[in-house]
Design a protein around this ligand. Sequence first.
Ligand code: PPS
Length: 199
Amino acid sequence: MSTNVTWHANINYDERVSLRNQKGCTVWLTGLSASGKSTIACTLEKLLLLEGISAYRLDGDNIRFGLNKDLGFTEEDRNENIRRIAEVAKLFADSCTVAIAAFISPYKADREKARELHKDAGLDFIEVFIDVPIEVAENRDPKELYKKARAGIIKDFTGISAPYEAPENPDIHLRTDKETVEQCADHILQFLKKLEILQ
Ligand code: PPS
């Protein structure tokens, strides 16, 4: 618990938007392992950068090499994982960058807290459900994690031995077994255009 700390006022978000001529936001991709979150996040990041938009991808596996290397996959650790990522994404969004967060983020309450955090700061938060039937994800199994989870080698594996609470009302709902990665990324781009983050 931090005590005796004081918030320092800074250039505010609106001033930064007008100086940089770009709005920030957080695009939050949630879905099962092997649903396609990282692939879509990479494609989207590249498309935005090619358009001259500042964008940065925060990704489950990668963040667990550094910032969140102390966290595992219990419910409590996943809550803390998402809490920290939401704070980091908010900072990126506040800096007029499009933060692309790709995390399983299996608990609705955690995703709602992330949305509230952004809302309180006046920042757009776009929840994107990367939806795929679990059989398809398990069939893809690029890292052979489902195989290990079925064999009991990996405990608390999302969709097998740990819950995934699907969004009921996401801003964008994508089916990666029905559309290509490019089509999925384009749906997100069109949404960003509506928010005037992209012209
Ligand atoms: S979470 O639930 O949001 O905290 O998870 P996240 O930070 O996105 O990390 C997911 C990646 O961790 C690997 N992995 C596991 N996933 C789910 N359950 C268990 N038990 C687990 N153990 C390791 C896996 O590579 C996940 O990456 P993706 O890209 O989703 O497959």
